[in-house]
Design a protein around this ligand. Structure first.
Ligand SMILES: Cc1cc2nc3c(=O)[nH]c(=O)nc-3n(C[C@H](O)[C@H](O)[C@H](O)COP(=O)(O)OP(=O)(O)OC[C@H]3O[C@@H](n4cnc5c(N)ncnc54)[C@H](O)[C@@H]3O)c2cc1C
Length: 466
């Protein structure tokens, strides 16, 4: 068997692994990246990008249907629209292909060798790579540094395994048709993003959630406009309800008072979370320290074994593509000899629900728990001109700042298109901005960004437009 030698070996070509590869290549670190499926990982192939494509297609279809129903206040009417899902999926696949092809090209441009196949770890410096379907490994790779970036997999319910009508987000992103009745198990961001899209495509959607509200990880005020919009769309929410399993083609559930019911379903999307991919590739041979289900790392993404690093979903929460990328870039720089630490002031998180939610840094509740005295203020989109013109006045921007020096420690927003505010929010926290900095910055009119400035002004006691 051929043996390759390299300085940096990256296992997994998702956002964490491929960004590490590009940066290592830029810094002239000899690098090999092993990827078993497709470059771009979960994010580009079966996660962030395809889900946003499907959400966009569903939005457009839903809008066109409102024109046909003559319910649009804009005065637009039209004839009954149809959707050819095969073309929709082909369009989505085209975007994925363009992006994953781009990743391959960037790795090549930066001199990173891409080895296609599944890596099995033999020891902290050696892996063997097997092509899909082959029993024997075809190549052995020895390295000085091993970067583990194998990502995560969807959590399966043991009493409701994936297969047949029970699907994960992966299958939900390549539909061959719209099910008449879809039950979504889990009201986290993946379940709600996809459940909303399917509702807009015409399915009857029921969301079952064990907690007593949707998006349990987000604060109640932020979630209210999303819950209201789901109600208007006709998505049925069964909160405080546990799934017990399949009963024929029905889903058996039990509510908080112990009453059982059967929900008719043509398809069941299980979206109860993701877990680090820690089995099936020899990781146990390294006997690394773990942090729950994830690999334990320090603030440089070092594991408990020298020169073995772990990043992204494999290294636990928050399981977000941009965090994986930032960690990958950092590890490449450390391996090249630079001094770096992973200590971001804040990592933004976005739910691409309708309306969208963005959170960065601390909420008032987080600050309270941390014993920080704060000033906080909301500015509602109902008082923002741009929001009115895009028919999205439900929601608000909230700022959280330290009382002592007005330094901003958190932003939250809910509303149409607020995901685009995440950049400014995160920059202001990373740069150590105070309320006065944001209040004194001229924001373009008419934009949603004016609500950001107004929230800061309001926290200072002199908002102008409310
Ligand atoms: C439906 C959905 C929507 C999402 N939306 C968003 C979003 O909007 N924003 C966001 O920030 N995040 C989103 N995420 C999460 C995001 O996709 C992940 O946080 C991100 O992909 C993690 O990157 P990673 O590099 O750690 O791992 P991954 O992207 O999971 O990549 C790991 C790669 O390693 C490969 N691999 C694993 N084991 C081996 C092996 N032994 N040998 C060779 N290759 C191997 C896998 O094939 C995979 O390509 C979403 C996820 C899903 C499922």
């Amino acid at each position: 068997m051929e043996t390759l030698h390299t300085t940096l070996l990256i296992i997994g070509g998702g956002p964490g692994g491929y960004v590490a590869g590009i940066r290592a290549g830029q810094l002239n670190v000899p690098t090999i990246l092993v990827e078993g499926a497709s470059p771009g990982g979960t994010c580009l192939n079966i996660g962030c990008i395809p889900s946003k494509a499907l959400i966009h297609a569903a939005d457009e279809f839903c809008k066109a249907r409102s024109y046909a129903a003559e319910t649009s206040p804009l005065g637009i009417t039209g004839s009954e629209p149809r959707i050819d899902l095969e073309r929709t999926v082909a369009w989505k696949d085209g975007i994925v292909k363009k992006l994953t092809g781009g990743v391959g090209a960037l790795l090549k441009k930066n001199g990173v060798k891409l080895v296609e196949g599944w890596a099995t770890i033999l020891d902290g410096k050696t892996v063997e790579v097997r092509q899909e379907g082959d029993a024997e490994a075809s190549v052995r790779i020895r390295c000085e540094h091993m970067l583990l970036a194998a990502g995560s997999v969807p959590v399966e319910l043991p009493f409701m395994p994936f297969g047949g009508p029970v699907i994960s987000s992966t299958e939900a992103l390549s539909p061959s048709g719209v099910p008449q009745r879809l039950v979504v198990v889990g009201a986290g961001y993946i379940g709600l993003e996809l459940g909303t899209a399917y509702r807009k495509l015409g399915a009857q959607v029921t969301v079952v959630e064990a907690a007593d509200r949707i998006l349990p990880a987000y604060d109640a005020d932020l979630v209210k406009p999303v819950a209201a919009a789901l109600g208007r769309l006709g998505v049925e929410l069964r909160l405080g309800t546990s799934v017990l399993g399949m009963d024929g083609s029905n889903v058996r559930v039990r509510d908080a008072s112990g009453v059982e019911a059967l929900l008719e379903a043509d398809c069941v999307l299980v979206a109860v979370g993701r877990k680090p991919r820690t089995t099936g590739w020899g990781l146990e041979n390294l006997m690394l320290d773990m942090d729950g289900r994830a690999i334990k790392v320090d603030n440089q993404c070092r594991t408990s074994m020298r020169n073995v690093w772990a990043i992204g979903d494999l290294a636990g929460e928050p399981m977000l593509a941009h965090r994986a990328m930032a960690q990958g870039e950092m590890v490449a720089e450390i391996v090249s000899g630079k001094r770096r630490h992973f200590e971001p002031a804040a990592i933004p998180a976005v739910c691409f629900t309708d309306p969208e939610i963005v959170v960065v840094g601390m909420s008032p509740l987080d600050a309270d728990k941390a014993g920080i005295e704060i000033v906080t203020a909301n500015f509602p989109f109902s008082a923002n001109g741009r929001a009115m013109t895009i028919e999205s006045t439900d929601g608000f921007v909230r700022v959280v700042a330290r009382k002592s020096d007005h330094r901003i420690i958190g932003w939250q927003a809910v509303g149409g298109a607020v995901s685009e505010l995440a950049a400014g929010f995160t920059q202001s926290i990373e740069l150590g901005a105070q309320l006065e900095d944001i209040a004194g910055t001229i924001h373009a009119h008419p934009t949603l960004g004016e609500a950001v400035q107004e929230a800061a002004l309001r926290a200072l006691g002199h908002a102008l437009h409310i």
